[in-house]
Ligand binder design. Structure first.
Ligand code: PEP
Ligand code: MG
Length: 323
């Protein structure tokens, strides 16, 4: 299937109306890295670091992690890579950590909540990232941040490690960016200072949708009731886009929906200019974007919204069929 898209692999995802959408890939395993050159990805928009923790039967060592992260950066050959700090808990339980007995693990002690309450592992991970990226740019983001204060605390942990490394005389990255995932509705309504402080924001649509609709992402029965192209979800995306614009915060979308061509087109029509997805989706998404006029598509979406529909999907599909 990939061969179909080789002719556009090195071309930009430029729409008929002249907008350029940055397409990056999601990764997490060393086996994903060969897809960087073959998919046409402009970088890694989400590197899920928990996989190195999940595949081992004991806590990985700092040097092992640093070597892994260095391999990733080398494979990227200067293209940007966004490392997400450890996202454990809920569906991702480490075999060497005591499982928690929580009634609602998705709403429980997970991701950055663990990182802030027990910062040892996060600090070790940040040290490994700083060492791996020495002399090169480093981008880091935090999972499941629900409020400004959590972002500030996580950012402080990172900055403290930078100072510690500096004091130890270790070489540092050439530059760094500290961003966050937006996976809880609350973060979209954080104060404007949050948007100013975050170097970038990446929407984790899998979790964001789960919490927006109060529908378990692992439970097909409830998950399928709610369309990503529902008017409520698009209205919410519109708010996030506007708040990021006010704060001058670069915004991307890295949940699974970014790799679905119709959803990707609608996200772009709502103002998203960076999408991160599984490598195999880059070709199909780029192909569709290059044949779409986003202004026209936005008018179709706005018309459907004005009519009071539940989801814009039928109107969008109808428009794409005719086009
Ligand atoms: C998400 O929630 O959309 C996301 C990208 O993170 P994960 O799927 O790893 O939770
Ligand atoms: Mg998530």
């Amino acid at each position: 299937a990939q061969e179909r898209y080789t002719s556009i692999r090195d071309k930009p995802a430029e729409t008929l109306c002249g907008e350029v959408v940055k397409l990056t890939m999601n990764a997490g395993l060393m086996a994903d890295l060969p897809s960087l050159p073959t998919s046409g990805a402009e970088g890694v928009g989400l590197f899920r670091t928990e996989l190195q923790f999940l595949v081992r039967n004991k806590m990985p060592k700092r040097a092992e992690l640093a070597a892994t992260y260095e391999t990733v950066l080398n494979a990227a050959e200067g293209k940007p890579v966004v490392f997400r700090t450890l996202d454990i808990g809920s569906d991702k339980v480490l075999p060497y950590m005591n499982p928690l007995d929580e009634p609602n693990p998705a709403l429980g002690w997970r991701a950055i909540r663990v990182g802030l309450d027990k910062p040892g592992v996060m600090r070790m991970q940040v040290q490994a990232l700083l060492r791996a990226a020495k002399g090169r740019p480093l981008s880091v983001m935090f999972p499941m941040v629900a409020q400004f204060e959590e972002f500030k605390q996580a950012r402080d942990i990172f900055l403290r490690e930078v100072e510690r490394e500096r004091a130890l005389g270790h070489a540092l990255p050439e530059s760094f960016e500290i961003g966050t995932m937006l996976e809880t509705p609350s973060l979209a309504f954080a104060p404007p200072q949050f948007f100013k402080m975050a170097d970038f924001i990446s929407i984790g649509g899998n979790d964001l949708k789960q919490f927006f609709f109060a529908a378990d992402r692992e439970n097909e029965r409830v998950r399928k009731r709610y369309d990503t192209l529902s008017v409520s979800f698009l209205n919410f995306l519109e708010t996030i886009v506007a708040r990021c614009k006010e704060g001058d915060t670069p915004l991307s979308f890295c949940g699974e929906d970014a790799g679905r061509p119709v959803e990707a087109l609608c996200f772009a029509a709502m103002g998203l200019r960076a999408l991160s997805m599984r490598p195999a989706s880059i070709g199909p998404v780029k192909h569709r974007l290059r044949r779409t006029n986003l202004q026209e598509l936005r008018a179709v979406i706005d018309q459907a919204r004005a009519e009071g529909v539940e989801t814009v999907r039928p109107a969008v599909l109808e428009y794409l069929r005719k086009g």
